[in-house]
Design a protein around this ligand. Structure first.
Ligand SMILES: O=C1O[C@H](COP(=O)(O)O)[C@@H](O)[C@H](O)[C@H]1O
Length: 260
């Protein structure tokens, strides 16, 4: 477990640009060190803001897009092409404009895909796909992702792990179906906390006033069942990327104040 580090940016636009620059460097370094890189994408406003900033960044051409595995932390279980799907939104923000290898874009099944409306079967299939990508050097049934991105919801949910729901209590399976989510749509697929914690680095993104309470709660010692974001950490690094509004209720001393 790595203790959280907090980085605060002036506003959400700057946060997205800085996170995109950070991610480009991380991918390039991982590709240099290991030949390829793996990133787990998140849905939500901040995750898509980061992808849009990445699409705009001139340095995006430093990434070898053909040697990048992309996974998802969660998906809204809807038909293929639905505008609310995290995959649809990631395509619009970035993926349609970079030369990714389609075989390395690991999409969670839609509700009209090979498993039909059976979200549990779709979750199991994603677990199998993750398991096939994990090697002996990995720490369990999922690969050691280089970076796993998570948007933090105003209720402290991450991926589709909502406070107090069964998915956040899962300790065995790496992927589960979520039924009855409090945020639409009610049916979702999600990595679990053990799968999230297999990542080398976990980056949590939160911008805006409506995220301030969630960030303060998760970073002040709340339990992961009540505040799932508190249970999301990486093996080598846990990075909270915030804007000033989201950081406004953090306990004093949790991050170095701006020097000027
Ligand atoms: O529904 C979801 O919400 C969270 C947070 O989204 P945000 O818009 O409040 O930033 C997101 O991380 C998750 O992937 C998504 O499915």
């Amino acid at each position: 477990m790595s203790a959280p580090q907090v980085v605060v940016h002036r506003d959400k636009e700057l946060m997205a640009k800085a996170a995109a620059a950070r991610l480009i460097t991380k991918i390039v370094d991982a590709q240099a060190a290991r030949g390829s890189a793996s990133v787990v994408l998140t849905g939500g406003r901040n995750g898509n803001g980061l992808l849009a900033a990445l699409a705009e960044a001139p340095a995006r051409d430093a990434v070898d897009w053909s040697r990048l595995d992309l996974w998802w932390g969660d998906e809204r279980f809807l038909p293929d092409g639905a505008p609310e799907r995290n995959y649809t939104q990631a395509r619009e923000a970035l993926l349609d404009s970079v030369p990714v290898d389609p075989a390395r874009v690991h999409v969670m099944a839609p509700s009209n895909g090979p498993y039909g409306n059976d979200a549990d079967a779709a979750a199991e299939a994603y677990a199998v796909e993750l398991g096939a990508a994990a090697g002996p050097e990995d720490h369990g049934p999922v690969p050691s992702f280089d970076v796993l991105l998570l948007g933090v919801g105003p209720d402290t949910h991450v991926a589709s792990l909502f406070p107090e729901l069964p998915a956040v209590r899962e300790t065995e399976r790496p992927v589960v179906a979520v039924h009855g989510a409090p945020k639409p749509p009610p049916t979702r697929l999600s990595l679990t906390l053990p799968a999230i914690r297999a990542a080398r680095e976990v980056w949590l993104l939160a911008a805006g006033e409506d995220k301030a309470k969630a960030a303060a709660m998760a970073l002040s010692g709340a339990g992961e069942i009540q505040a799932p974001a508190a249970g999301a950490y990486g093996r080598s690094r846990t990075l909270w990327l915030l804007d000033e509004a989201a950081a406004s209720q953090l306990p004093r001393g949790l991050y170095p104040p701006a020097s000027a």
